[in-house]
Design a protein around this ligand. Structure first.
Ligand code: PDD
Length: 283
């Protein structure tokens, strides 16, 4: 059952209400996290809490809770929902301030929203690779902060959809940053490559987990810039995110990637990823 927690209250998500003066609503002045829930447990919870703390620090907002308090609350949210496979959404905004002003209000309580919603189980046999198009990354210069203001990501995604693609791969100054809601990996001659962490892309938890898995299993991996030409000539391309785990890409700008099917490196990494989930769930 989908549920919401809003500032201390548990209720059905459609019943949750925030003030028109909430700075999240008026300024997009807030940050969020999306965490994966498998078998009723939050996967990579610690890593998400570290990123949450970082995002809050970057927007100069003190966390309304300690990590231990977040853990108790988030675990309670999953239990209350009774969901086994779900996405947990957590949003913290700067709170309610009136009259409207760009200046940060003093002594305002941040708004905390949590929702738990059922997610479909990702069955690997039914994965249909994505068809992607490249687009200029015109977003602001702090894609590393997980802010709720996602207007540019939405515009870019919907432009791609309107043009008949599944999503866009974004290029800043001719180099790949990420996709509109996922990170990007390629494989060239057996080497896995993903752009290095910077202010221009989200430091994805799935990305980091995959980099670690590749390293600890002796696969060749480089965190370095990817040019447009390298992307278009890659043997394999895939994206990573909490909702999609790792998802293969069959074509970019109408040109097939490899033979247009999920490649062997993707398959190896996907197996390692699924094994790491099972190990966690058995622990
Ligand atoms: N999106 N890059 C962007 C711009 C994202 O929005 C996301 C996640 C990622 C992947 O991060 P992670 O592996 O930590 O999920 C990369 C979330 C899921 C969303 O907005 O729904």
């Amino acid at each position: 059952m989908a549920i919401a927690y809003l500032n201390g209250e548990w209720l059905a998500p459609e019943k949750a209400r925030v003030s028109v003066f909430d700075r999240g609503f008026m300024f997009g002045d807030g940050i969020y996290e999306v965490m994966p829930v498998y078998e009723g447990r939050i996967f990579t919870l610690e890593q998400h809490l570290v990123r949450l703390g970082r995002s809050l620090g970057e927007i100069r907002l003190r966390s309304p809770m300690s990590d231990d308090e977040w853990k108790i609350l988030l675990t309670h949210a999953i239990e209350k929902s009774g969901e086994q496979t779900a996405l947990l959404y957590l949003q913290v905004t700067r709170g309610i301030a009136s009259p409207r002003s760009h200046e940060y209000p003093q002594d305002v309580t941040p708004t905390v929203l949590i929702t738990v919603t059922q997610a479909p189980q990702l069955l690997r046999d039914s994965v249909v690779p994505y068809r992607m198009v490249t687009k200029r990354d015109f977003r602001w210069g702090r894609g590393d902060i997980k802010v709720v203001s996602l207007i540019a990501n939405g515009l870019l995604k919907n432009e791609a959809l309107d043009e008949g693609y599944d999503d866009a791969i974004l290029l800043r100054d001719g180099e790949v940053t990420e996709s509109t809601s996922s990170n990007v990996f390629i494989a060239v001659n057996g080497v896995i490559i993903t752009p290095p962490k910077s202010h221009f892309l989200l430091h994805g938890i799935t990305r980091d987990h995959l980099v670690e898995l590749a390293r600890s299993n002796g696969l060749a991996i480089e965190e370095r810039a990817i040019s447009e030409a390298e992307l278009l000539g890659a043997d394999e391309v895939w994206i990573t995110s909490t909702g999609h785990e790792l998802w293969p890409v069959s074509e970019v700008n109408g040109r097939p990637v490899g033979n247009g099917e999920a490649g062997v490196i993707w398959q190896t990494l996907d197996r390692l990823f699924q094994e790491s989930k099972s190990t966690y769930l058995r622990s």
